[in-house]
Every structure is written in C-alpha cells, then in structure tokens.
Design a binder for this molecule. Structure first.
Ligand code: PNS
Length: 158
C-alpha cells in the first residue's frame, strides 16, 4: 500500500490545498493530510480548528485522513510509514522555498521522497494568507475556500 503525506499549516485550508489533496488521493492508496502546529507562524486558527476544518473539507475523499503533528516532517513521515510527501507548487515564488525544504529534508532523511503537483492555473496565486487578509476586510472569500471554512472565517472577523 502506497501512503503519502500532504503537509502544511492549513491556516485555513483552501480550494488550492484541496485540489492538490484530491489529486494526490487519485495517485496513492492513502493520503494523510498532516497539519503542522507551526507555532512560530502564530496561526490565526488553533491546531484543533485547522484539523477540524481540514476534516470537514476532505470528508468526501474516502482515502484521506487528517492528523496533526509537531516536530520534524521527516520524523512524522517515518512514524506514519509514509515514504512520499506530496506538495503543491504554485507560481515561481514557491520554488526556492520548496527546493530548500526538499533538500534539507533529504539531508535529514533519505527515507522518503518529495513529489510536487503543479497547482491548477486558477489556484496559482491562492494562499491562506491572502484569504485571511480578504476575510479580515470583509471581502468575498467563497471562491477561495469551502463553505465550512468561509463561515468560520466570517465568524472570526465579525
Ligand atoms: O503550509 P506551509 O506553512 O507552507 O507548510 C510548511 C510545512 C508545515 C510543510 C513545513 O514548515 C514543515 O515541514 N514543518 C515541519 C518542521 C520541519 O520539518 N522543518 C524542517 C523542514 S526545512
């Protein structure tokens, strides 16, 4: 059985994340959405909230489950027995950061492989931070996030 991790902060999960997760779910037997604590980033949503939103947003995907982690991704991948990490690649600005993370993770553990899936054009410039900013200014976010996320974001900024 081939199991893959799709790691991220998911603060909150967007249609861009969901596109990558759904496409990974077609390629692998099981996909674990790994929600990182990312305490340094001071997320808007708590870890529990981010996990709950990711669970609701991926409920329709049978071979996807959501788990949180705190610590190194390489250690979590080993613990989950997931030899593949799948990440989305958006516009060119993602490349340097992802390239660095992949190289460091490879140095830390040669046990797993990082695989990139290109974002679809309509999601190329979508990010959780942009969604948070638009929501904080009462802008429309329905085209960027699933309804469960939109409603929680609206409550946050009400
Ligand atoms: O959605 P994000 O914030 O771009 O996701 C980044 C994430 C969580 C995948 C990355 O920060 C990560 O892997 N964090 C775990 C800690 C770790 O392993 N750091 C070393 C990798 S350079």
């Amino acid at each position: 059985m081939k199991r893959a991790l799709t790691p991220g902060t998911f603060d909150p999960i967007t249609y861009g994340h969901l596109d990558i997760i759904a496409r990974a779910a077609q390629l692998f037997d099981e996909v674990i959405v790994a929600v990182a604590a990312s305490n340094k980033k001071q997320p808007l949503f708590s870890l529990e909230e981010r996990v709950a939103l990711a669970e609701q947003a991926t409920a329709h995907l049978e071979n996807v489950r959501v788990v949180s982690f705190d610590g190194l991704l390489v250690d979590f991948a080993r613990e989950m027995e997931a030899p593949v990490v799948v990440k989305g690649l958006r516009a060119i600005t993602d490349f340097e950061y992802e390239f660095q993370m992949t190289a460091i993770n490879y140095e830390l553990s040669a046990d797993f492989e990082t695989v990139f899936i290109m974002s679809q054009p309509q999601h190329m410039y979508l990010s959780s931070s942009v969604v948070r900013e638009v929501a904080s200014m009462n802008g429309e976010i329905e085209q960027f996030v699933p309804p469960c996320v939109a409603s929680v974001l609206k409550t946050k900024f009400a």
